[in-house]
Design a protein around this ligand. Structure first.
Ligand code: HAM
Length: 432
């Protein structure tokens, strides 16, 4: 490997430079606010867990566990970079015995996940999810609330053309019955299946539904549906979900063929897709569902649970590009030492009002300073020369309006803040 390629980011893992990071921050803030309004508190878990946690919860034969995990040994333990957040959150929920303290728990998280997938637009090896998990609520009220919350959130972000898909995978009983039916259907046709699906017919037949092989998919089009074997309770749960969604006016499509890539799901599953913005083939923004058996399978008490995760990269691709920042920057162009002293003090006082201010104290020419102010898309440029300091004034250029006027230095902070924030300003700590 040449020197150049050695010092490139790892394939499928991206740097975020400040201009783009600002969009991320806005998105993360609005997600956190939406979650807070719905009663979720933030949980932060380590990026690394014992490999066994993911094997047990996500399922050994899933693509994620069998092919995509970043796993390594350290101090005689097999550790893995988390490929998703649900297993880690469940581990933390159990480890801290949260179930013993509160009947219902609502957590949200935002952070990087790692899967060694084939990288392409919208699919990365380090990607970022924002997710929510609810423990202790059997639903289907909270199932509907989650789906409606997401639809509203996407609407607020300006993402249109949403395709909301819901289904039920039933509980343990229905899944066992379905597994048997599917095997009975596929076994006589096993020779027509792809190599991988033939293996799965023995190891985990339900995963065959996930096959990308066109021949498998053609065969599966005649396969029985999981909806045929739902128990009465499963069906009542699913009917309840649909009733609540209808009552909320949330459009959705029932998609009996939906398969999620993780083994832990029971009953409600859903995905939201969109063709908006620059999303390509990877157009699933969110995946989620119920996993009523996971907490128990990890050694806890029987605890119903549901959650979702959305891909932040995909959301940003789907979102319309953001408008300019609500309030512009105030750029200071001091020409000389004394002017720099004054500018540093004014900028500090302006920031106390919440104004973004930047002083360019490199000592350049007025022309180069103005070029920089324009490059930063600053709203105001405050030019102060030593002569202005003598007279106690500064020249203020409005770079949007292309106007210029002179303001007194002792009134400059209030005047500039007022122009940038567009409302009457009082001294910090003062009463408006
Ligand atoms: P998932 O469907 O594997 O579910 O991922 C959820 C979302 O994460 C996807 O819809 C997508 O937006 C994003 N995503 C997944 N893989 C990648 C990737 N390689 N590159 C970019 N984005 C990606 C889960 O992870 C479950 N933990 C969701 C959940 C929470 N279910 C219950 N609670």
């Amino acid at each position: 490997m040449g020197k150049e390629s050695l010092f490139r980011a790892v394939k499928g893992m991206n740097d975020l430079l400040p201009a783009e990071a600002a969009r991320w921050q806005r998105l993360e803030r609005s997600f956190a606010e939406t979650a807070r309004l719905h009663g979720y508190g933030e949980v932060r878990t380590p990026l690394v867990e014992r490999t066994e946690l993911f094997v047990r919860s996500i399922g050994e034969t899933t693509d994620v566990v069998s092919k995509e995990m970043y796993t390594f040994d350290r101090h005689d333990e097999s550790l893995t970079l988390r490929p998703e957040g649900t297993a880690s959150a469940a581990r933390a929920y159990l480890e801290h015995a949260v179930h013993g303290r509160e009947p219902v728990t609502r957590w949200y998280y935002v952070g990087p996940m790692f899967r060694a997938e084939r990288a392409q637009r919208g699919r990365y090896r380090q990607f970022h999810q924002a997710g929510c998990e609810i423990y202790g609520d059997r639903g289907p009220g909270c199932d509907a609330e989650i789906i409606d919350m997401l639809r509203t959130f996407f609407g607020e972000l300006g993402i249109s053309a949403l395709d909301v898909r819901v289904s039920s995978l039933g509980g343990r009983e229905a899944r066992t019955a379905y597994r048997d039916r599917l095997v009975a259907f596929l076994e006589p046709r096993a020779s027509e299946l792809s190599e991988l699906s033939r293996q799965r017919l023995v190891s985990n037949p339900l995963r065959i539904l996930d096959s990308k092989d066109p021949g498998d998919q053609a065969l599966l089009s005649g396969a029985p549906s999981i909806h045929d074997v739902l128990t009465e309770d499963d069906r009542a749960h699913f009917d309840g979900l649909r009733r609540y969604l209808d009552a909320l006016g949330t459009p959705y499509v029932v998609d009996g063929g939906m398969v999620r890539g993780l083994d832990y799901y029971t009953r409600t599953v859903f995905e939201i897709r969109s063709d908006a913005g620059e999303l390509g083939a990877q157009n699933t923004l969110v995946g989620g569902g119920r996993y009523d058996g996971m907490i128990e399978s990890l050694g806890g008490p029987p605890t119903p649970a549901i959650g979702f995760a959305l891909g932040l990269e995909r959301l940003l691709l789907a979102m319309p590009s953001a408008g300019p920042e609500a309030h512009g920057t105030c750029f200071f162009a001091p020409l000389g030492d004394r002017a720099t002293e004054v500018a540093l003090g004014l900028a500090r006082d302006l920031r106390k009002h919440g104004v973004r201010a930047e002083v360019d104290s490199r000592g350049g020419s007025l022309k180069s300073l103005l070029r920089r102010a324009n490059g930063l898309a600053a709203r105001l440029c405050v030019v102060i020369g030593d002569a202005e300091v003598e007279r106690g004034v500064a020249q203020v250029k409005d770079l949007n309006e292309h106007t210029q006027d002179e303001v007194a230095l002792d009134r400059a902070v209030v005047i500039l803040a007022d122009r940038l924030l567009g409302s009457a300003i009082t001294a910090p700590g003062g009463v408006a």
